[in-house]
Design a protein around this ligand. Structure first.
Ligand code: NDP
Ligand code: GDR
Length: 331
């Protein structure tokens, strides 16, 4: 029998890969989409016709209940959030309302309208924040370092609480950073790979950055959405850390990306205090042995392959933009 899935955050990086995965498995996919003046459909335009969109906003309880009633989901994936850590200092209340309380809104919509649905919450390694223990695993205490991280801790614990209070199948994936050519342009990997492509093509002169010493455990988003799905196929709801088990500095990221196009990053990178955060997460390194053993989850793309994939994609995208501009000038 066809299963129904409801995905919030479907237009984002993870939403697009997850929707592809669910469609390939024969799911009927419903996507919650908020109203914007210019819909950002770039990540999902290739599968747009296969998705049923429902209007709603994570901060509007009624719209969530309505979406759940229409979709009658077997599985709910709650991916929507204000997900950029940097912006969470500029919009701390909004981040708390959306990334934190929004989770309660979605859980309530499920509890009241479809309590038998399995629920996935997009928790984050940002919850670990300040280094208490490495590598970080399911039992490592949280010490968030940004309004975003604090909001995610709330979202995580309210998911645990609904599981324990109402016996719902609600679980969280504590995902470490994962990237792809569909990553938002403000996140460091994409900011770097897009700039490398533009500098190579003569469209940009320099790259302004913050802290190059921060260390992250970076994986490929396409691999990580498989873990989300696997968590909801288990008999018992549990939380899992999803990570590569390798950590790299931002500095290494920059070095590999510039090297790929035959340039030296020292000639282009400028440190700009505007991109240094009020409080930093210095080191993330995850231990996902529980997920590997219990879910059979495996990685397919390593860090260097990921950076290469993103640089290649941004070179292609920027070449196309350049060709379109030239065609426009020649008209
Ligand atoms: P994105 O920023 O790419 O996507 C966020 C999605 O949330 C977009 O579809 C956005 O829609 C939607 N959204 C924003 N505000 C609202 C709202 N008020 N109501 C409904 N939808 C809204 O994030 P990712 O795909 O990278 O991440 C998915 C989830 O996983 C997020 O919760 C993130 O915090 C979490 N996470 C991500 C990690 C990563 O490394 N990528 C690691 C750990 C956790 P719109 O297009 O309209 O803006
Ligand atoms: P992060 O991702 O904060 O880890 O959150 P981001 O790519 O924004 O930053 C990673 C690290 O790079 C440093 N950095 C810079 N970051 C940005 N964005 N721009 C810069 O110019 C720059 N220079 C240095 C940052 O200080 C940081 O240390 C991501 C998001 O996807 C969250 O939603 C998710 O929960 C976590 O990953 C896990």
């Amino acid at each position: 029998m066809t299963k129904n899935a409801l995905v919030t955050g479907i237009t984002g990086q993870d939403g697009s890969y997850l929707a592809e995965l669910l469609l390939s498995k024969g799911y009927k996919v419903y996507g919650l989409r908020r109203r914007t003046s210019m819909p950002m459909m770039e990540n999902i335009e290739h599968i747009e016709k296969e998705i049923e969109f429902l209007d709603g906003d994570l901060m509007d309880q009624g719209s969530l209940s309505q979406a759940v009633r229409i979709a009658k989901p077997d599985e709910v994936y709650n991916l929507a959030a204000q997900s950029f850590v940097g912006s969470s200092w500029d919009q701390p209340s909004l981040t708390g309302q959306l990334t934190g309380i929004g989770v309660t809104n979605m859980l309530e919509a499920v509890r009241l309208n479809r309590p038998e649905a399995k629920f996935y919450q997009a928790s984050s390694s940002e919850m670990f924040g300040k280094v208490v223990e490495t590598p970080q695993k399911e039992t490592t205490p949280f010490y968030p370092r940004s309004p975003y991280g604090v909001a995610k801790v709330y979202g995580h614990w309210i998911t645990v609480n609904y599981r324990e209070s109402y016996d719902m199948f609600a679980c969280s994936g504590i995902l470490f950073n994962h990237e792809s050519p569909r990553r938002g342009i403000e996140f460091v990997t994409r900011k770097v790979t897009d700039a490398v492509a533009k500098i190579k093509l003569g469209l940009q002169k320099e790259l302004r950055m913050g802290n190059l010493d921060a260390k992250r455990d970076w994986g490929f988003a396409g691999d990580y959405v498989k873990a989300m799905w696997l968590m909801l196929q288990q008999d018992k709801p549990q939380d899992y850390v999803i990570a590569t088990g390798e950590t790299h500095t931002v500095h290494e990221l920059v070095d590999i990306a510039f090297n790929q196009v035959g340039l030296n990053w020292r000639d282009y990178v400028v440190i700009d205090p505007r991109f240094v955060r009020p409080a930093e997460v210095d080191l993330l390194l995850g231990d996902s042995s529980k997920a590997r053993q219990e879910l059979g989850w495996e990685l397919e793309v390593n860090f260097e392959q990921l950076v290469r994939m993103m640089v290649e994609s941004d070179l292609e995208k920027n070449k196309r933009l350049l060709q379109n501009d030239n065609a426009f000038i020649n008209v």
